[in-house]
Write a new protein. Structure first.
Length: 412
């Protein structure tokens, strides 16, 4: 390539930039955009502005800056709409260059080829089975026809069985979502409301709460970066690991510093894992005696904290990469005080990235508008939020799993 004439190198670079819809962003040491260019529209970034915090638009970068190594590549990251890009990062002095290379076409071609290969395999298996039956039956065409009809019935019954199993799996998964809680903990009136709605029969979102000791309330919200049965199994494993930590001799210490619990679970998830599935997670622990909430965010959407006076805060601290992405990560914890009437809302990106027919995303602002209107119970907040999401989708099929919880201190 170095021996190519300059005119050919320039032409080759132009072809690559157009064909791959290349976009680039230079990020300063303050994690803000220094400059950007290329096919930003392809990734829904045309309104990206110099000086804007890059993590506000790209949550998946949380915990990766400054770079653990350079260059660094995150393959096949889903971005705006249905676009998929390889994200390349490399350090340049006190700045980091982020390069987006569109690989949507390769992803789509691979899926089509896999589907065709799968269809051909099924066809070959059916053909082989049919030939074997025809050879065995020889001239007994009537018997062969009867066996064929019998096979169709077996397939139908198998399909019904699998559909029944999926329906049972969905029921079991939904049963993992705990019922609403209303009661007093450590002398404080507390309420917890949750919602869980998989996009398919089973999904990769999880919501749960449980007690460690008599007055430490642990709340958990997670999202596997996939959907379907594989994601559901990964989330079930993650759920079981956190629940299992409650039996640890130092469970109170681990959950009072949620970053410690997240680090332990991350180590287990990354050890010997070949599934390449990772989990965004918000783990929080509420101490009733002090009203303090300790939390850690593993690549997850920052929670919304509505104070009793109507002001709203975003809990952006204690950020780290998703669980199961890299080994040896140490997650941090942050704390915030909750008073009477304060309300903590945590959602998965099935809400923030709900898509309208125009391909617009629901986003954070609509959530802020929803919870800013008036003080409401946790169940009213979740019902209103889901209703707004359905109106925004305008009848389109739910594209991602949805999960959320509301923790309220005081009458709820």
């Amino acid at each position: 390539m170095k021996d190519l004439p300059t005119i050919l190198i320039d032409r080759l670079q132009a072809l690559i930039c157009d064909d791959r819809s290349v976009a680039w962003i230079r990020i300063g040491a303050d994690l803000c955009v220094r400059e950007a260019g290329g096919h930003l529209k392809n990734y829904g970034l045309t309104d990206l502005r110099t000086g804007e915090p890059v993590l506000d638009r790209m949550y998946f970068l949380e915990g990766l800056l400054p770079l653990p190594e350079s260059p660094f590549c995150m393959p096949s990251i889903e971005l705006h709409g249905t676009r998929v890009a390889d994200v390349h990062l490399f350090a340049d002095g006190d700045t980091v260059w982020l390069l987006l290379l569109d690989v949507t076409a390769e992803r789509d071609v691979a899926r089509r080829m896999q589907q065709k290969a799968y269809d051909m395999t099924l066809l070959e298996e059916k053909e082989a089975l049919l030939n074997k039956r025809l050879e065995a039956a020889n001239a007994a065409l009537t018997e062969a026809h009867r066996e064929l009809e019998l096979s169709r019935e077996v397939i139908r019954q198998e399909l019904e069985r699998k559909q029944t199993e999926l329906a049972e799996a969905r029921t079991l998964q939904l049963a993992l979502a705990p019922p609403p809680f209303r009661g007093a903990i450590g002398g404080r009136s507390v309420s917890v409301d949750v919602v869980l709605e998989p996009a398919k029969e089973v999904g990769g979102d999880l919501v749960d709460y449980f007690w460690v000791g008599e007055s430490l309330l642990v709340l958990l919200l997670g999202d596997v970066a996939n959907k379907g049965a594989g994601a559901a199994l990964t989330m079930a494993r993650t759920h079981a690991l956190f629940r299992g930590l409650t039996a640890h001799p130092e469970a109170l210490r681990l959950f009072r510093e949620p970053g410690l619990a997240a680090s332990i679970v991350n180590t287990t998830l990354t050890t010997g894992d070949s599934s390449c599935m990772f989990v965004t997670l918000l783990l929080a622990a509420f101490e009733a005696e002090t009203g303090r909430v300790s939390y850690t965010r593993a690549g997850h959407v920052p929670p919304f904290l509505r104070r009793a006076d109507g002001s709203i805060e975003r809990l952006t601290a204690a950020a780290g990469p998703p669980l199961g992405l890299m080994e040896g990560l140490a997650y941090r914890s942050a704390t915030v005080e909750l008073g009477f009437g304060d309300q903590l809302l945590v959602v998965t990106d099935g809400i923030t990235e709900a898509t309208a027919p125009s391909m617009a995303l629901f986003g954070d602002q609509r959530i802020l508008d929803c919870i800013r209107q008036r003080a409401a119970s946790g169940s009213e907040v979740l019902n209103t939020l889901l209703r707004q999401v359905r109106l925004f989708e305008a009848g389109e099929t739910q594209s991602d799993d949805i999960a959320a919880f509301v923790l309220r201190v005081g009458d709820g």
